[in-house]
Ligand binder design. Sequence first.
Ligand code: ISE
Length: 345
Amino acid sequence: MSVRVAVIGTGVMGADHARILTSDVPGAALQVICDANGTRARELGDQLGAAHVLTDPLEALSRADVDAVLIASPDSTHADLTIAAMEAGKHVLCEKPLAPTSQDTQRVIEAENRLGERRVHVGFMRRFDPAYGAMKSAMEDGLVGDALMMHNFHRNVTAPEWFTGEMAISNSAPHEFDICRFVLGSEYVSVIAVQMPSKNAIAPVFLILKTADGQMVNIEVNNNAAYGYDVRCELVGSTGSVDLKAPVHATYNASLKSVQRFDADWRPRFADAYRLQNKAWINGISRGATDPRLANAWDGLCSTLVAEAGVVSLQTGTWQPVSSLDVPALYQGAKANSSLIVPAE
Ligand code: ISE
């Protein structure tokens, strides 16, 4: 039996997820495509052969012929739609962020705790990127000794005019917050953020974070890097280091040069990660066994708490503590351990 999915939102990510589900995830059926923009929903629905096309998300997520809901609508709608889907008995994969504020994320966590069962996952797809996976395994296998630092670069080609330094922290850096916490297996205790002085609202932002285990993480977020989508990371341990490698499919040799190309955005760079994540989500639902790499609602809250502290730091220019909360029983034992991973393919 296929897992029947309603995809809510047909923007860049919703359309991408819907395509992945129809072309790369054999156990999934695209039951509903939903978007407030009916024309856009219809076009995508027809292209992908969705069983139904709707404009009302509440109708989509409450249908009896829907088992799971993939939420890729605007960020401000994530929490309410996730709660409604959960309360309608569905499984949820919500694009990051689970909610724009920790207060709203807590509402999702409370609703999931009332249910007493983990039903919600968050689209922190980098956990499924083979390169980050290799980095995590190297650390767990003791290849680099004790983990000391992680250096990160997060560069986008360009960002809209209205993108701000605060958004670099609340919208882009959460990927690093989550993946470094996942690789190191440690919580953050404090953060400082500085934006380069510039007339440009989207000048690069630098963040430094300390973890409870005494490790340091630094992140350059440069949303306006112009030359290509470029994500880099180095894990430095006491006896060695691991460098992240982006997949390279070809080098181009001409005019006395050998060059590699950059992607224009994150979708090609993380294509494997999105595919493996969505497969793991669907397989987990059909087999009743969750892949421990999937980020849950608590992971979503942890990254939002760091982002909020980072934004305050940017505004005040001071180190900010990152709130540490008691992990509810529902999420205990949820720490991902790559040795437990059942391959998703
Ligand atoms: C965007 O929302 C993403 O999730 C991308 O992965 C990230 O690179 C980009 O900076 C964000 O704006």
